[in-house]
Design a protein around this ligand. Sequence first.
Ligand code: ACM
Length: 538
Amino acid sequence: MKIIFTRIALTFLFLLTVVSCTKEKKKRILNFPPTNLVTENLIPKPLKIIPTNGGFALDQFTAIYTTKNAAGYEEVAEFLAKKIKAKTDIDIQVNVDEIPGREGVIYINQSDSLELNTPEAYQIYITTDSVILNSNTAEGAFRGIQTLRQLIPEVSTDTLAEYPIWTIPTGKIIDSPNLGYRGSMLDVARHFFSVEDVKKYIDLLAYYKYNVLHLHLTDDQGWRIEIKSWPKLTEIGGSTEVGGESGGFFTQEDYKEIVAYAAEHFITIVPEVDMPGHTNAASVSYPFLNGNGKTPKLYEGTHVGFSTFDTRKDTVYSFINDVVREITEISPGPYFHVGGDESHVTKKNDYIYFMDKVVEIVKQHNKIPIGWDELATANVDSTSVAQYWGSKENAELAVNKGMKIIMSPAKKAYLDMEYDTESKFGLHWAAYIPTDSAYIWSPEAYDGIPLESILGVEAPLWSETISDISEAEYLAFPRAIGYSELSWSTEENRDWENYKVRLANQAPYLERMNVQYYPSPLIDWKKSKNTFEEIKKD
Ligand code: ACM
């Protein structure tokens, strides 16, 4: 009897659900304005968009389903549900039991289609009834859900419905990245940034489909990563920063937390230990490292090029081996950055001897060495990567050695360059880089570096002039958004006039994320509520 009663109750509940969904369906169809997927404010611009001018209703009845037997898909769906909740306040369930008659379903599928020709490629088919996202890997699904997040309007769109609806334009999106390495660098050495700051930066990078965060962990002014076998590096070398503030450092647990958070966002952390120059903080901690018999003082200024390791001492290489070992043990990504820039007080022969040895140490720890473009002057080959920042000759040398190049030309890609003479923070030794200049160049055809040598683009944010995350945001945004398009989208799909409209429409997202972006006067910002200055005062 009890069972029969329960059955009746369940059937009634089921019918109620179907009836209510059917009832709501009429409303959705009636209230859809025409849409155009092509004019949506997507950044980076997808490879191909085919609009069908209808609308998919995201609402409280929507659910997400994923392929269950493919690693990572359910986590990607949970991530999407969390972000939808943050934006719309609706709770979307993932992989709940199918409810017959349910409408508005998002499917995230693993597909072996040959069209999905890179791990990050994805395709989205949006109809009035469903959103189907296909990708080869969870990474591709993750890039695809960033597109979906960007398609959900900031405010609900159907004012006639009894409950809020967010209309997603229908059509098809076919997308994959133009360049495989799309990074930004944060200099936590000149000024230290907390784990929470780094996580916020990761949130923002992920939304624009970046896949690398390079952490500049050591410099003259500070050593920011705990090395258990050499504890004074952080005890002494991490105790201050530019301007004499208190400094700080990541414990290995902190660093692991950053690495794990980045991995959840399909972002690889590239750790950098800059050497043989930029090493004052290390030599203050362990004076044998500099080989000149003097104990240097902690440095809180901003000059460069005055420090060096002793390149001819075995103990220096044992030290470096320990540092590389401890960091690589907690860095699952494929790269280790050895710096190598501006070693002005290291003799040329010593520099080459040193970089050759350090590159070998990194390889022994099964990582691919990356160095600033000066690395190309050592006896390195195609198994190391050069990061082009300043010297075209070095970049050419690297190309001739078969090395892959990360494009970070300071004149175009340095996030710490001032926008113009009015900029509140930044430097201008390479250039002033207004928002348009940051966008209008081709990393695939810059200074004659051939496309086949280019690994990708990285926008470094040096921190001599910025001491907290809001100051970092002022320099990074909006320019970092442009670099995402320069590295993901093809040249045919990049156009300043078109981009600047899409950029203007990022304002509500940046405001919601409490990003203190620079309100470039070149952009007609579509602010959602207050002016930028009002928000800043809050
Ligand atoms: C650099 O800007 N010294 C790489």
